[in-house]
Design a protein around this ligand. Structure first.
Ligand code: AMP
Ligand code: ZN
Length: 430
């Protein structure tokens, strides 16, 4: 099932010709209308007219998170006739957010890409989407909302949190598709279990569009088992219009990245050098059709690899692998490099382990992992708990080369955030 078969299955030579035409137009526009890029080009001695092939993208400057912050509020916006109709922001941990502007055409194109994703996940106008992402300045909910309306789905703008109300909406309006984060999906599954609701019998849910933060294949499995749904991995970032940048097809073997709108590269995050297809590194994206705020070679810091072999679904757009983390997520604990995703992968393989965890770093490099037990399998016997604790310590030590302390806690006792989950608290005094 395709939303727009012509573009989704465009033969690669034509797709690349389209990319090139759009890249040249983008480079020309930012060279003429965006002072930030004019300065960059001048500093690098780059004549925009000398960019002629797709491979020439490597000669263009990177744009970083810091560049976006420094150009706040509107230093990267094209000064042209195009009407800017919408503002979103993406918040960081400190200071001013990044401001992202959308022209009318950008709003439409973002919705168009979402429509492709939704139909790719098997959704249609007969579906009811419960959109549990945060509405407001965050792109996640609104961009999905517009795309789903385009498909003709009934959209319930539920927003995040308030599980009682979520459940009521699901029951009363027969929601078949949910859009949420992996952490909230797991939390909600727990909530249903506590209420004695069996989603397979009592609800009509069929599909989960799950993204906006990294999660593992093990977590996908847990969500699917607990909610009785098929989970599709959904990737996007505010700098590139929010959700709808890359999404899984029915093969669920990597996420198709919409290459007519995004030029994708993977680089070595240390050296900035491009890596060949299939190799893992930092993804870099260039927007090819954004009007209000084109961005060249954005350093996403997301770690993945690209695959361009044909996909059984018939789409020709490349696939990226599940994001395994961010280059700036890495923790250094007693000299070892540790990614939170490695911890998650180990934890979620234990059936006795519940749906939430928190990594705490304390004192002089002490690692404590708080782990919720699963309500269903926890029998309360002390010797079982002690054995489980030892098993988790051993498996984690083998994976991350650090011996953590494990604290098993009751289901539902760790904090849940409405937006992206906070998996690490670092209180070290190093
Ligand atoms: P934001 O700009 O606030 O929407 O955040 C975008 C970031 O969220 C991305 O750069 C990724 O780090 C993360 N993200 C979004 N979707 C996914 C996903 N499906 N898997 C892993 N990380 C994701
Ligand atoms: Zn496919």
């Amino acid at each position: 099932m395709f939303w727009d078969r012509e573009i989704e299955a465009l033969p690669r030579p034509e797709l690349e010709a389209l990319q090139l035409a759009r890249l040249l137009r983008t480079v020309r526009r930012v060279g003429e209308h965006v002072p930030f890029y004019q300065t960059r080009f001048r500093e690098m001695g780059l004549d925009p007219a000398s960019v002629r092939t797709l491979a020439d993208v490597r000669r263009l400057p990177f744009t970083t998170n810091a560049d976006l912050r420094a150009s706040y509020p509107d230093g990267l916006v094209v000064k042209g006739p195009e009407q800017v109709v919408r503002l979103h922001t993406s918040s960081g941990t400190t200071g001013k957010p990044k401001a992202l502007f959308f022209a009318r055409k950008d709003v439409d194109e973002a919705a168009e890409l979402i429509a492709r994703c939704l139909v790719m996940a098997g959704a249609s106008q007969h579906d009811v989407l419960q959109n549990m992402m945060t509405y407001g300045l965050f792109t996640g909910a609104l961009v999905m909302h517009y795309g789903a309306e385009k498909v003709g789905m009934l959209v319930i703008p539920a927003g995040p949190g308030n599980s009682e109300r979520q459940l009521m909406l699901m029951q009363d309006f027969g929601s078949t598709v949910i859009h949420t984060t992996p952490s909230y999906a797991l939390y909600f599954a727990d909530f249903l279990e506590r209420k004695g609701i069996d989603p397979r019998k009592d609800l009509r849910l069929r599909t989960g569009l799950i993204g906006s933060e990294p999660y593992t294949e093990e977590t996908r499995q847990k969500i699917e088992d607990a909610l009785g749904i098929t989970v599709f991995n959904s990737y996007g970032l505010s700098e590139m219009n929010g959700p709808g940048v890359a999404f899984e097809c029915s093969e669920r073997n990597g996420m198709h990245i919409w290459e007519d709108d995004y030029l994708v590269e993977v680089i070595d995050p240390e050296t900035g050098e491009p890596l060949p297809d299939g190799e893992t590194g930092e993804m870099v994206l260039t927007s090819l059709s954004r009007e209000a705020m084109p961005i060249l070679r954005y350093r996403t810091r997301d770690i993945t690899s690209i695959h361009r072999e044909p996909c059984a679904c018939g789409r020709t757009h490349a696939r990226i692998e599940r994001i395994t983390g961010r280059s700036d997520d890495m923790l250094i604990i007693r000299g070892a490099n540790v990614y939170p995703q490695q911890v998650e992968r180990v934890l979620m393989r234990f059936p006795e382990v519940g749906r939430n965890y928190l990594i705490r770093l304390e004192g002089l490099d002490e690692m404590i992992v708080q782990v919720e037990l699963s309500g269903a399998t926890f029998d309360g016997q002390l010797e079982h708990l002690v054995r489980l604790q030892e098993q988790i310590v051993e498996k984690l030590r083998a994976e991350i080369m650090v011996r953590p302390k494990i604290e098993l806690v009751a289901p539902g006792s760790l904090p849940v955030s409405e937006g992206k989950a906070k998996r690490v608290v670092d209180n070290r005094k190093l």
